[in-house]
Design a protein around this ligand. Structure first.
Ligand code: ADP
Ligand code: GLC
Length: 468
């Protein structure tokens, strides 16, 4: 079975968040299953990976976007070094940028990607068994292969749409229809939601089946989905929740080259301590105190707006008996507030930016990882922290509730229900009680490391869905 994953991100080439981790790992694990040939197609980016690796050019052609004629080139990485065939689509001016997002004309960029991919596949007579589309950036593909004459050759190919984050839907005005490949005008309604072209809505309508990255999140979408609640309820017959795994080869504390001290479950207690001492020294924290960490985007979705108050309140209320470290960037109000507290409190350290190596060091050093998310379709941070023996403290939502069970019911993490500062601090207080019971804390660390978060099971579930 031949599967093409279409995505704007893929680790290690271009990563903004968890989407990259998933697309960089899932196909690799799918390829370990007999009879499966999973590949990744993504935009070309001006990133170190593309300069450090050799590529063959496998296609060179043109598409029309409105009155513009755009050159489309497709490059294949020569050695399949990532465990799957990697194709990068280059369109000068649109798909040759440094980053996946953040440009004024993003809609043109994503339309060009979808159009370019389908043009290449049709022109080269490549007919996959499944086109697996990730997030709204590729959400119009299921519509396009059915209703754009140009892709007649692909008509009937099965499509899976995976929703990694329903907060982003890629809505655009109908004027943008001029820049789509020409389509059957009678079918416009399949792209429409409330008077806009809505690629995510179109993906739900037109895909053979769609998935969310956890069952918990799928259930939440029925009641909270930025206006698409009724659509997902109407289409629930073809909806599936499949939890993400993590790449246990990349995220392995025994071999992770980004750690100062590697460890397996046998040396975890001693080596985590050494990692923590080093990190605390570097950031002026106190290694003898418990370390709570947060890693992620400063967005309300992640509950990052609670962090400034959590920092000062928890330090004050505990009389300085804990450390907090935060790595992330995003909303400037949150960033500035945290910077202010970084100067004020010696128990608090902040590093603003996106730093892959530092995230690994923090997972290995922290005692607890905070995830106060309002919305969390799956969440990977909690699984990385568990793998590195760090106890997750999570709000009971989406994928977090599917992966982290509270200690009160025999689990190895801490849950809280309401997103709010006091509830977070209450959860931290529960964590402090456990921290002070050394044996209980050790058992939690072991239990977290033993959790089964490998991709194998979920990769099988996707294959079963494709076969279906
Ligand atoms: P999302 O994709 O919504 O941001 P996930 O939990 O699925 O959330 O994935 C986040 C990924 O991005 C994880 O691999 C996490 O370690 C990483 N990450 C987030 N922020 C940073 C940062 N500032 N520096 C390094 N890695 C980060
Ligand atoms: C999105 C979600 C996150 C999920 C990731 C990978 O970015 O916000 O919860 O883990 O996609 O599926």
């Amino acid at each position: 079975m031949v599967v093409y994953h279409l995505s704007t991100e893929c680790y290690p080439i271009a990563k903004v968040g968890g989407l990259a981790d998933v697309v960089g790992a899932l196909p690799k694990y799918q390829n370990k299953i007999k009879g499966v040939d999973a590949k990744v197609v993504m935009p070309w980016y001006s990133k170190p990976f593309v300069y450090d690796h050799e590529f063959d050019i496998v296609f060179d052609g043109f598409i029309h976007q409105g009155s513009n004629m755009l050159q489309v080139q497709v490059f294949k990485e020569k050695t399949d070094v990532l465990g799957f065939e990697l194709y990068m689509v280059k369109i000068p001016g649109l798909l040759d940028r440094e980053n996946p997002y953040g440009y004024q004309d993003e809609s043109f960029q994503f339309l060009a990607f979808q159009h370019g991919v389908l043009h290449w596949l049709s022109a080269m007579k490549i007919r996959p068994d499944v086109l697996h589309c990730h997030d709204y950036h590729t959400g119009l593909v299921p519509f396009m292969i059915e209703h754009c004459g140009e892709f007649e050759f692909l008509k009937g190919v099965k499509t899976i749409g995976t929703i990694h984050n329903g907060e982003y839907q890629g809505m655009m005005s109908w004027e943008m229809a001029n820049y789509l490949p020409s389509f059957d005008q009678y079918k416009w309604g399949l792209m429409d939601w409330n008077g806009y072209i809505n690629p995510l809505a179109s993906m739900i309508k037109c895909s053979t089946a769609f998935t969310t990255v956890s069952q918990g999140y799928l259930e939440e979408l029925f009641v909270s989905f930025r206006g698409l609640e009724s659509l997902v309820r109407d289409e629930f017959g073809k909806a599936y929740g499949i939890i993400n795994g993590i790449d246990t080869e990349v995220w392995n504390p025994e071999t992770d080259p980004m750690l100062d001290f590697n460890y397996g479950i046998k040396e975890v207690i001693a080596k985590k301590k050494k990692n923590k001492e080093k990190l605390c020294k570097e950031y002026g924290l106190k290694p003898e105190l418990p370390l709570f960490a947060f890693i992620g985007r400063f967005a309300t979705e992640k509950g990052a707006d609670f962090l400034p108050d959590v920092v000062w309140k928890s330090i004050k209320q505990s009389y300085g008996a804990l450390n907090i470290m935060i790595l992330g960037s995003g909303n400037s109000y949150i960033e500035n507030k945290l910077k202010e507290y970084d100067y004020t409190y010696s128990n608090f350290a902040l590093d603003v930016g996106y730093k892959e190596y530092l995230s690994h060091k923090i997972y290995a050093s922290a005692d607890f990882l905070l995830m106060p998310s309002r919305v969390e379709p799956c969440g990977l941070n909690q699984m990385y922290s568990m793998r590195y023996g760090t106890v997750p403290i999570v709000r009971y939502t989406g994928g977090l509730r599917d992966t982290v069970e509270d200690i009160s019911t025999g689990g190895a993490g801490i849950n809280f229900t309401y997103p709010g500062v006091d509830d977070i601090i209450h959860a931290m207080n529960r964590a402090l009680l456990v921290y002070n019971q050394k044996d209980e804390m050790k058992n939690l660390i072991y239990a977290n490391m033993n959790f089964d978060f490998a991709w194998e099971k979920s990769a099988e579930k996707y294959i079963a869905l494709y076969n279906n």
